[in-house]
Design a protein around this ligand. Structure first.
Ligand SMILES: Nc1ncnc2c1ncn2[C@@H]1O[C@H](COP(=O)(O)OP(=O)(O)OP(=O)(O)O)[C@@H](O)[C@H]1O
Length: 315
């Protein structure tokens, strides 16, 4: 079963196409990053998935159930959208206890979620004294009250300082380790890429990429830097690598095999076959951030090129 599917999911506000015919299939388990610049339609997509607003056209399912049905799936989903409203003068524990009561959930869940988000010890302090990071963790705790299979968090790292971001990221990873599917949106890929298994990249409502992070990384350009043990072997190494069809450039101590990220083992074998031992064999990949920039581009020309590349990759 997929955690989420969408089929030509579209939402317009007047002339603005906030989400434009997005079709994705997101597997269960792991952390799913929903990434795109501000205004690209992430919140609109999340709101449709949570049944908060209706699609203009298209369909979507959550945990196998249509979002436009009776909403039964919502009992299995936890969500953090916008800033959750907590009573500032009440403690974290009291806020969670009243939420659990209103939602008819057992009081024992309060201790469980405080433990998961690491607020035990601070849970009797009034929420107004909490840092932004602690408030975000409390928001996630509230979303976890129903012990959901699927957790949807809209920009939980927004506004946090670097250590707060690291904490939230670790928490997302831990939640996924427990077997939940965690969907997290961010306008900054760098804030969440380290913890994501699957990425959905959108820009101006249009889907640019949906798939495993590993597949996106595999599309990245990169090179392999190679240094032979004996400098005297360098000309033979260059000849061998060129003979094997590689593009080779000199570096200070060895050679760079251009566009060969992922071919390090081949290069090692090719060198060994002619009796050359390598002391260095280093793959340098384009960062995920760079791949993402390639996809999103900064002007329409770049976006068009990225789309063409994506279409090519999808064939
Ligand atoms: N209720 C609304 N009425 C009118 N326009 C809206 C409404 N909600 C969203 N939009 C527009 O839809 C587009 C997508 O907005 P959305 O909030 O979904 O993007 P986002 O990627 O979540 O961005 P952000 O990170 O800034 O919230 C924007 O152009 C926004 O102005």
């Amino acid at each position: 079963m997929s955690a989420i599917t969408t089929e030509s999911l579209t939402r317009t506000f007047g002339d603005v196409v906030a989400v434009d015919a997005v079709s994705v299939r997101i597997p269960t388990g792991g952390v799913v990053g929903l990434v795109g610049p501000n205004g690209s339609g992430k919140s609109t997509m999340i709101r449709m998935l949570l049944g908060l607003i209706r699609p203009t056209s298209g369909t979507a399912t959550m945990l196998g159930q249509p979002v436009e049905g009776d909403g039964a799936y919502l009992a299995r989903v936890g969500a953090l959208v916008e800033n959750p409203a907590f009573v500032p003068g009440l403690s974290a524990r009291a806020n969670l206890a009243s939420l659990a009561q209103v939602r008819g959930l057992p009081a024992s869940r309060v201790d469980a979620v405080l433990d998961i988000v690491g607020l035990v010890g601070r849970d009797r302090e009034p929420v107004k004294r909490f840092s932004l990071g602690m408030k975000q963790r409390l928001g996630i705790a509230a979303a976890l009250l129903p012990d959901p299979e699927l957790l949807v968090l809209d920009e939980p790292t927004n506004g946090l300082d670097p250590s707060g971001i690291v904490e939230i990221r670790a928490l997302l990873g831990a939640l996924a380790q427990e077997g939940r599917t965690v969907v997290v949106s961010s306008h900054l890929l760098s804030e969440i890429e380290a913890v994501c298994d699957h990425l959905v990249v959108i820009r101006f409502g249009e889907l640019l990429y949906s798939g495993p992070v590993a597949d996106l990384l595999a599309r990245s350009h990169g090179h392999v830097d190679v240094v032979p043990e004996r400098a005297v072997d360098l000309p033979a190494l260059v000849e061998t690598l060129r003979g094997a069809g590689h593009e080779v450039e000199p570096t200070s101590a060895g050679v760079r095999v251009v566009g060969a990220a992922g071919r390090a083992a081949d290069i090692n074998r090719e060198a060994a076959a002619v009796g050359i031992t390598l002391t260095e064999l280093r793959t340098v990949r384009e960062s995920l951030e760079q791949v993402f920039l390639d996809l999103t581009g900064t002007d329409d020309g770049e976006v068009a090129a990225a789309r063409a590349r994506q279409a090519e990759g999808g064939r």
